[in-house]
Design a binder for this molecule. Structure first.
Ligand SMILES: Cc1cc2nc3c(=O)[nH]c(=O)nc-3n(C[C@H](O)[C@H](O)[C@H](O)COP(=O)(O)OP(=O)(O)OC[C@H]3O[C@@H](n4cnc5c(N)ncnc54)[C@H](O)[C@@H]3O)c2cc1C
Length: 522
């Protein structure tokens, strides 16, 4: 039976936290439900001046282009203000056997022909001494040459190759804040939440602040970062640690200036394996962001810092002026993300190491889901929460599987970290089942049950075959028509790569032009 409380309209949304999560959610909700005087939805964001956002999170996924466009941001403004550059995927160095020639790519552009056919089995039959990614994707060649994914005349948010961004996390939040306040009517409060008050039913009624305000709302969105103020501290929703599967729990981060104004800007995030984790290396338009994510069970903080310094020293980047910052990471996620009238998004909901930049994309997906599921009245919230929790539990499980895949396929034996990563008990059953399945079947759309997967079958193909996994497809499932097609597509790929080499500017050249002239608006 419908109660009086069930009919309470959801009109006021309060977001706690002004990091990347808070402002992305604010932007998505406020642009989807524009204010109509007193009649619409009101979005307010509160953040504490005493607790700054985490300030890391520089690698993104191509979904960010759609999100920024949807909330009305001009790509030129974003690139200029956030010192952003174009990211076209990830390059993995020394992940397979640790040798000097050990490198492979996970580009953002799908393998050629992917929309129509699974060509992976045919490439496996006849790889012609070329890696999977080089054979079926022109983007590896673009990235090797440090080229941009588009030209200055290519309209905003479109590309000749699929791309995301590397961005300055310290500038991204304030950029979104200004946009949300000025263009989307989001209300903004600087204050510290000191107490949470509940109704008799257990919903949050208001948040008491240091300055004596009572911030009431119908829906509260917890974007309070690792402090997990509402979902963790107030509701006590259990945290499911994934440390037994993915061992990373700490990071050292550092910012590296470019040696000259002409220095090349990388087209991919470079992830270089170390004794007890891996180093990320990201080229923004004004500097690089570098960091070592490591497992404290295998190396001390000092030992990890020394390894990071060796990495920098080998590239001529080590200097006494550098300032290294240590960050603790709690690997895992909440048992549920939406409970009563509160949803957690961003680090408060969970975090798994930054390999493959899955955190910001999950924030985008969460914001979109909240906007899509938002009920008109309180009565609809329980079902919205159920659906949201089921979807995101599934997404976190898939992310864990996909990241673990990178470690499971490694053949490195030079440290316990890499050996233990292959221990059977550290591998989720779901991933083991997939690996068994992929022994004679190449990953394909139907292998995953959701319409919108964080990592598609194409991503699995790039990692599996980039790392030398062997699938042995049954010959009676293959045919001559697709054998001819793969040959044709491989030639097409090589020709297109050549054409792009001759026509694309370097990242540096394009970003300089964007600064001077801007990209064409769509
Ligand atoms: C080492 C590392 C590398 C990463 N790299 C990547 C990457 O490459 N790609 C990627 O997608 N993600 C990455 N991430 C994750 C990414 O940084 C985060 O997902 C993203 O920044 C979102 O953070 P957040 O907004 O949830 O939290 P935060 O940035 O921590 O913001 C928390 C906010 O809550 C507010 N707050 C907290 N307590 C209170 C209170 N009591 N009252 C009022 N306000 C309060 C704070 O003021 C702050 O504004 C990385 C994370 C780490 C640790």
């Amino acid at each position: 039976m419908t109660s009086h409380a069930d009919l309470k309209p959801i009109r006021n949304i309060l977001i706690v936290g002004g990091g990347t999560a808070g402002w992305l959610v604010a932007g998505v909700l406020a642009s989807r439900y524009p204010r109509r005087g007193d009649d619409g939805i009101s979005v307010t964001l509160v953040e504490s001046r005493q607790q700054p956002p985490i300030g890391v999170g520089e690698g993104t996924w191509p979904t960010l282009r759609t999100t920024l466009k949807q909330i009305g941001v001009a790509e030129t403004d974003f690139l200029r203000t956030c010192d952003a550059s174009f990211k076209q995927g990830s390059q993995f160095v020394k992940w397979v056997d640790g040798s000097d020639s050990d490198t492979y790519y996970h580009p953002f552009t799908l393998p050629v022909g992917y929309e129509e056919r699974n060509l992976a089995p045919y490439w496996l039959e006849n790889p012609r001494d070329q890696s999977f990614a080089d054979s079926l994707c022109f983007q590896t060649s673009v990235c090797r040459q440090g080229l941009a994914p588009k030209q200055i005349t290519t309209p905003e948010y479109t590309g000749l190759a699929n791309y995301a961004y590397h961005l300055d996390a310290g500038k991204f939040g304030p950029f979104l804040r200004d946009h949300c306040i000025e263009k989307l009517g989001v209300k903004h409060v600087y204050d510290e939440i000191i107490r949470i008050e509940s109704t008799e039913s257990g919903d949050i009624s208001y948040l008491a602040t240091q300055s004596g305000e009572a911030l009431a709302a119908d829906l509260f969105i917890d974007c309070s970062g690792f402090s997990s103020l509402l979902i963790g501290r107030h509701f006590g929703v259990p945290f499911l640690s994934k440390k037994d599967t993915l061992f990373i729990d700490k990071a050292w981060a550092v910012q590296i200036p470019y040696a000259t104004d002409e220095a090349a800007i990388g087209s991919m995030t470079v992830a270089t394996a170390q004794s007890s984790g891996w180093v990320w290396d990201i080229g923004l338009s004004t500097r690089r962001g570098v960091g070592y994510v490591f497992s404290s069970s295998y190396v001390s903080d000092e030992g990890a810092l020394e390894e990071l310094k060796s990495y920098l020293s080998a590239r001529g980047d080590l200097s006494p002026a550098l300032s290294f910052r240590k960050i603790n990471i709690n690997t895992g996620y909440r048992q549920e993300f939406w409970t009563r009238n509160c949803v957690a998004v961003g680090l408060s909901a969970g975090f798994i190491e930054p390999l493959e930049a899955s955190a910001i994309v999950v924030i985008e997906l969460s914001a979109k889901s909240i906007a899509n599921l938002l009920p008109g009245c309180r009565g609809g919230m329980q079902q919205a929460a159920r659906l949201f929790n089921d979807t995101f539990r599934y997404r976190w499980e898939r992310i864990v599987d996909f990241l673990k895949l990178h470690y499971v396929l490694s053949r490195r034996t030079d440290s316990r970290f890499w050996i233990d990563n292959r221990a059977r008990e550290s591998i989720p059953d779901s991933l083991r089942n997939y690996l068994d399945f992929w022994r004679d079947h190449c990953p394909w759309h139907e292998d995953f049950s959701h319409r919108e997967e964080v990592f598609s079958a194409a991503s699995y193909q790039y990692i599996l075959y980039g790392m030398g996994f062997q699938t042995y497809p049954a010959s009676w499932l293959l045919n001559d028509r697709d054998r001819a097609l793969v040959r044709e597509k491989m030639n097409e790929t090589a020709n297109y790569a050549k054409a792009l080499s001759a026509s694309l500017p370097s990242n540096r050249q394009l970003l300089s032009k964007v600064r001077r002239y801007g990209l064409q608006k769509i």
